[in-house]
Design a protein around this ligand. Structure first.
Ligand code: FPP
Length: 233
């Protein structure tokens, strides 16, 4: 694995996997065929991130707002997720460690169990750590953190940025260096809103299922050329 401190490589890349629906529509296919193509592409990109030595990849797979979609589409995404989680021999073979962020309490029981199995099965992997955001919302995450801090009786004077970070789903994960959103949309859509305070953003018109390793290379190349000052000069 490459040393990420050389060449200013991003340690943590986060991706909003957008454009699956439009990709399917362009081909006269049902929306869920677009999500299936998006999932296949996610596997390719995760493999590639692992190969080039990225430490963390976070992908937005299902937001707290996505429940508003038609039941058939929600069920379709959950089935794709099931298939991915059941395919554990693949990510184990790739040496990829799986982790999940979001509120899992309301997910179907079998998916919750598959998530625990996936975490356990991949716990010893030493390559890429892949964080799947499922039933994730940035505002929901902050609300949960505040509730937990109050429940613990945390004194006002002890509330710091670090403490709030420690109560988010992403505690122990470095903040994303680079956030990528394909498909021509220019917003965060409630993704990692606390963690992205100093992230670099990279947008493109490519629809997610068509986003290839060469596109990721371009995003990384642009990232390396940027001057990150973190509020300094
Ligand atoms: C956004 O595209 C995509 C989603 C809401 C779902 C993404 C889910 C997957 C790629 C499958 C998840 C499974 C794994 C294993 C990661 P959109 O539907 O909003 O596209 P549109 O804007 O073109 O309609």
């Amino acid at each position: 694995m490459e040393n990420n401190n050389q060449n200013n490589m991003p340690r943590h890349i986060a991706i909003i996997m957008d454009g699956n629906g439009r990709w399917a529509k362009k081909r006269g296919l049902p929306r869920n065929a677009g999500h299936a193509a998006g999932s296949k592409n996610f596997k390719e990109i995760a493999k590639y991130c692992n190969k080039i030595g990225i430490e963390h990849l976070t992908v937005y797979a299902f937001s707290t707002e996505n429940w508003r979609r038609p039941k058939s589409e929600v069920d379709g995404i959950m089935n794709i997720l099931r298939d991915y989680l059941k395919d554990s021999k693949n990510y184990i073979k790739e040496n990829i460690k799986l982790d999940f962020i979001g509120d899992r309490s309301v997910l179907p029981e079998d998916i919750k169990e598959l998530m625990i199995t996936a975490e356990n099965d991949s716990a010893n992997a030493t390559g890429l750590v892949c964080h799947l955001a499922i039933n994730y919302g940035g505002r929901d995450e902050i609300v949960n953190a505040v509730r937990a801090l109050i429940e613990k009786g945390t004194p006002k004077t002890e509330i710091t940025e670090q403490l709030i970070s420690d109560f988010l789903y992403t505690a122990n994960i470095p903040d994303p260096d680079l956030i990528i959103r394909p498909s021509g949309e220019y917003r965060l859509s409630n993704f990692l809103i606390w963690q992205s305070a100093y992230s670099e953003f990279w947008f493109s018109d490519i629809l997610w299922p068509d986003f290839k390793p060469k596109d990721l290379d371009k995003a990384i190349e642009d990232f390396k050329a940027r001057n990150r000052r973190f509020g300094g000069v």
